[in-house]
Design a protein around this ligand. Structure first.
Ligand SMILES: Nc1ncnc2c1ncn2[C@@H]1O[C@H](COP(=O)(O)OP(=O)(O)OP(=O)(O)O)[C@@H](O)[C@H]1O
Ligand SMILES: [Mg+2]
Length: 255
């Protein structure tokens, strides 16, 4: 028999298996992901503006355990938003790898979109609610997009709006709500699909101190109930202290 002969089924088997394996399954790396929601390895982000390269993240390596609460602090321009978008698989690093709940930045766009819709909640500084829809409709929206039954979604949304103590505003247009109320609705909206990870980018940046603090307390209370991993960027040192861990970024590096 020819020594180079490889049975066809074996060849196919190997190709198919390697194809199906996300990179972190190789070399036994999966084991080291156990218990971690997020791992990043040497992430960099470089923006090209005209002929200039702007180096925004300069090698970020971090491990975040499932159910941890993390605050991200650092001066304006340090790279906090950039890092949060990369961790949420909404933006790609220039180099480096990120693993989030079994997904990696090199997975195809369909897989990344599924992850973002089903497993990630994202909260922005300026709420980003749809003004022509009611509070309850805004909360329902991400679940409607996934095609769950409307009666289930409505029930879950009403449970959530009670939990954020805004049931009395359910039928108000979101544009009729105060900033703090809009942010509470945005939190409920981010939780409607029971995400594994909730990321918030300066969720209190547009609110007065008292309202901001109540928003953070609400997120931490919901985290205790639902056990998602919580990552929040903030400029407020007092707020940052409420989290189990703080990551400080200066000029694109963890210090
Ligand atoms: N799309 C882009 N193109 C070019 N440069 C960008 C882009 N996005 C961000 N930057 C630059 O990257 C740097 C980091 O921005 P980033 O928004 O991550 O900072 P930040 O820490 O969130 O700041 P802030 O506290 O003000 O929100 C800034 O210098 C910014 O100008
Ligand atoms: Mg920012």
């Amino acid at each position: 028999m020819n020594n180079n002969f490889i049975p066809l089924e074996k060849t196919t088997d190997k190709i198919v298996r390697d194809d199906l394996m996300p990179p972190f399954h190789k070399n036994g790396e999966l084991k080291s992901l156990m218990g971690f929601a997020i791992k990043t390895k040497n992430i960099t982000k470089v923006y090209k503006v005209g002929k200039t390269n702007i180096s925004v993240l300069k090698g970020i390596t971090l491990d975040i355990k499932e159910g941890e609460t993390i605050s991200v602090v650092g001066p304006s321009g340090a790279g906090k938003s950039t890092l949060l978008h990369i961790i949420g698989l909404m933006d790609k690093p220039t180099t480096g790898t990120i693993y989030v709940e079994g997904i990696t930045n090199t997975d195809n766009e369909k897989t990344l979109a599924k992850f973002r819709n089903e497993s990630l909640g994202f909260i922005f500084q300026f709420y980003n609610l749809l003004p022509e829809f009611t509070a309850i409709e805004n909360i329902m929206m991400p679940a409607m997009i996934l095609g769950e039954s409307e009666s289930n979604i409505r029930k879950k949304s009403h449970d959530l709006i009670s939990e954020i103590e805004l049931a009395k505003r359910a039928e108000h247009l979101s544009s009729e709500l105060s900033g703090g109320e809009q942010q509470r609705i945005a939190i409920a909206r981010a939780l409607i699909n029971s995400p594994k990870i909730l990321i918030a980018d300066e969720p209190t940046g547009n609110l007065d101190r008292h309202t901001g603090e109540s928003i953070i307390n609400l997120m931490l209370k919901l985290q205790l109930n639902y056990k998602f991993t919580l990552i929040v960027a903030t400029h407020n040192e007092e707020i940052a202290k409420k989290f189990s861990k703080t990551i400080k970024l200066v000029d694109g590096q963890i210090v």
